[in-house]
Structure formats: C-alpha cells, structure tokens
Design a protein around this ligand. Structure first.
Ligand SMILES: Cc1cc2nc3c(=O)[nH]c(=O)nc-3n(C[C@H](O)[C@H](O)[C@H](O)COP(=O)(O)O)c2cc1C
Length: 415
C-alpha cells in the first residue's frame, strides 16, 4: 500500500514532501508551525492577516496602540473612512514578520505567506499591494492568494524583481474562479505555480454559499484537472479541505494531486498559535458542535465551533485599532449590525449581536474558533491524560502521520 512519502511535489526544480500546512489567520499558523513543515521538507504557511497586531504580540512593537491613539477622536463616529492604515508601517510590520520567519528557516522545504485578500483595510488595492510586495522584499519563498481572490493581484506585483522567481499560487473553490483568474492575469504572462483547490469541508472562510454541503472536493478537483489537461496547462493542483489521514492524502496523490493542503489536524499542535485551553475545545468538539454560519462581515460563510465566545458577542467595533474589514468607503457589516442593536437597546450595559461578528477583535483575541468539518475527529488523534484533557501533539508528529501512515491509520503519540 502506498503512502504520502512515495510521492513528491515538484515546483520548478525543487522536490518537496507533498504536504502543505495551510495558512491560518490570525497567527494560528505561526512561524513555528511553518518552520516545522519547512524543516521536514514540506511547505508551511504564515498568514498576513492583521500582521501589525501579530508584530505587537511577537516583536514588541506598538502599531495597534499608535493607530488607536491617532484615530481616537473617531471612536464614536459611525463613519470610519478617516481610519487609514499607514502604508509605510504596514510594510515595516510585514517585513518584520517575514524576515524573522525566514531567518529561522532550516531544511529544504518552503515557507509561503497566505494573503487574505478579503482584508480590504479601507484601501483595498493600496494595502494589498504593500502586503504582497513587502513579503517579497523580505524574502518569503512564495505567496498563496486566498479568500476573496483579487483578480488583479498578479498585476500588483508584476514589476517586482521577484515576481517571476517567487512561488505564487492561488486558492479556488471552483473551475470558474480559476478560469476568471487566469483570464485576468494572462497579460502578466505568468501562470500560478500551483493552485489549491479548496473544498467545502475546509476551515476558515468558505468559497461556497450556505449550500456548501452540495459540493464535493473530489468532484471539483477532477473537473479542474480535466480542464487543465484539455487546455494543456501544467499547473500543480493541491486539494484541501477534509483530508484527515495519510490515506486520504495518498488517495488524492494517486489521482494526480501534486500535494495536499491540510490545516485542522494542526490546530492541536503545540506550535499552533491558539492558546492551549482552546486547543482542548477543538479536541472535545463533537460533530454537532460545529456549524457553518454567516456571521463573518466578509460575506463569506465561515465554519466554527458553536461555543465560540464570538458568537452573539456585542463588542463595540474597534476599527480605530484594527479596521481590517473596512471597505473602500470605511464600512463594515458589523458596524451596521452593532449600530442597529445599540439603537434598539438604548442605555443597555451589554448588547448582543447575533447576525455578524467583529472579526478583527474576535480573531485577535482567539474568541472565534474556526475549524474544518473534521475537527470532531481530533480526539482520535491523541491520548487522554489523567485529568481528562488531551495531550497536545508535536507538529512533527502530525506531519509524519500524514507522511507515513497508510489507509485509515492514525499514529497516536507515544504513551
Ligand atoms: C483555524 C483555521 C484557520 C484558517 N484560516 C485561514 C486563513 O486565514 N486563510 C485561508 O486562506 N485559509 C484558512 N484556513 C483554511 C486552511 O488553510 C486550509 O486550506 C483548510 O482548512 C484545509 O482543510 P482541513 O482544515 O480540513 O485540513 C483556515 C483553517 C483553519 C482550520
């Protein structure tokens, strides 16, 4: 019987272990997690979501405090169009995060940055350009364009000296999305180096509507694969979403996948950025405890644990400190929802908002517990300790389980 290690991901002249740990914002896929994947010859991701906030936490900067001080006068104002990101500081924070990570990199693998394009940051094009280019400046191995796929992203980098040598990939959930992207970027005379095909069982935001359950990763993968063949385009395809065991991964590789992208299994790794008590929530989850809902102000459905404190919380919008979801006119769906509830409950000490969430604050505080559909199986991947909690796993253990386990087998950590 074959296993993942019988296959290799070929990107240009490089041969890699065909396991990609997907980007998980905000700082859930940490540098430490990505570094393990690279050391073991695979591919890791850091995330560029809310990097100034991550920099404050990890490198002792004061970006958030400074931004809040600058815009404090606007806190009570519904109109957030004044609240702009300082592009030089955004570049500085991104470079800092990428450089720290790349300097620590050992081994033959790659470290990519997941660029969540749906973060419109009150100036979508300008901020995205800075995020992409500063990651390249700081030496990232490559960029995966995700959530909200901005069709003009290649053009924002095309005059960058690394545009043709860095690995650039995209995440799509349909053939149509891929076709649109290729059509739009044909002018840059550059194909993506890889395409992640993300199905409906993934964590984070979904590229499907609330009818996500009608779609199937293997079917979408096969459709895209057939189209690429017919067009004689050779782009490595990387399926993602619900690939839980080495056997699941091997089956995709045997059907022509170049690699697999996985994430949920790593949410309970010691190197993952979630606080340890929250990792226990992931371990404990049953299938009924997971839902896909519409509370993300991005407008995309998102999968999460139902007991996430973010659900129904009514925290005041914190755009002066964060503001990553503000659109080009300084609007965010959460601001509207919060204003509506505040007006309906005048004088209330605490209000509840159920239909939308303040994604920035909740993700920053690790109060929105997004996960893949298979999170309810995490309890089968570890051992219970005497106090009833589950033992956290080394990322290397999970990586090697994907790499070497066959069939339905899942390697438990040593007793
Ligand atoms: C906790 C968590 C956070 C995620 N955050 C992001 C993100 O910020 N951007 C993104 O493109 N994908 C995100 N994803 C999706 C993963 O990168 C990956 O493609 C997908 O979850 C793989 O499926 P699996 O979790 O079933 O293995 C996230 C997934 C999880 C579990």
């Amino acid at each position: 019987m074959e296993c993942v290690d019988d296959f290799r991901l070929r990107l240009g002249r490089q041969e890699l272990v065909p396991i990609v740990i997907g980007g998980m914002g905000v700082d859930i896929s940490t540098s430490d997690l990505a570094l393990v994947a690279a050391r073991l010859g695979g591919v890791g991701h850091i995330s560029d979501a809310m990097v100034p906030t991550i920099a404050d936490r990890r490198y002792n900067t004061k970006y958030v405090k400074d931004k809040l001080r600058q815009y404090k006068y606007n806190v009570a104002n519904d109109d957030k169009s004044d609240v702009q990101f300082d592009l030089a500081r955004l570049a500085e924070a991104t470079e800092m995060h990428v450089r720290h990570t790349m300097e620590a990199k050992r081994g033959a693998g790659l470290i990519l940055i997941n660029c969540m394009e749906k973060l419109t940051m009150n100036a979508p094009k300008e901020t995205l350009r800075v995020r992409l280019r500063s990651a390249l400046d700081a030496g990232i191995d490559g960029i995966t364009l995700a959530a909200g796929l901005h069709l003009g992203s290649f053009a924002l980098m095309e005059d960058h000296p690394r545009f043709r040598d860095a690995r650039l990939g995209i995440i799509v959930s349909s053939l149509r999305a891929l076709q649109l992207f290729l059509k739009k970027s044909v002018r840059t005379r550059r194909l993506p180096d890889y395409v992640v095909v993300e199905g409906p069982l993934a964590g984070g935001h979904l590229g499907f509507g609330m009818d996500w359950a009608n779609y199937d990763l293997a079917a979408i993968f096969a459709e895209i694969q057939a189209w690429l063949r017919a067009e004689q385009l050779e782009i490595p395809l990387i399926p993602a979403g619900g690939i839980f065991t080495g056997g699941d991964a091997t089956s995709f590789l045997a059907h022509g996948a170049a690699a697999v992208q996985v994430a949920t299994r790593f949410t309970v790794a010691r190197e993952c950025g979630l606080p340890d008590d929250i990792k226990q929530e992931y371990f404990k989850a049953d299938e009924d405890d997971i839902e896909v809902n519409g509370i993300s102000p991005t407008g995309y459905p998102m999968r999460m644990l139902k007991n996430s404190p973010a659900i129904g919380d009514g925290i005041r919008p914190n755009c002066e400190a964060y503001g990553y979801l503000l659109d080009a006119r300084g609007r965010c769906q959460y601001i509207d929802a919060w204003n509506r509830e505040a007006a309906a409950h005048p004088g209330a000490k605490k209000i509840r908002v159920w239909d939308k969430t303040c994604l920035c604050t909740q993700m920053r505080n690790f109060d929105l517990w997004t996960c893949g559909h298979t999170a309810y199986r995490l309890k089968d991947t570890s051992r219970r300790l005497d106090d009833g909690s589950f033992r956290l796993l080394a990322a290397e253990h999970i990586f090697n389980d994907y790499r070497y386990s066959k069939g339905d087998a899942i390697a438990l950590p040593p007793a």
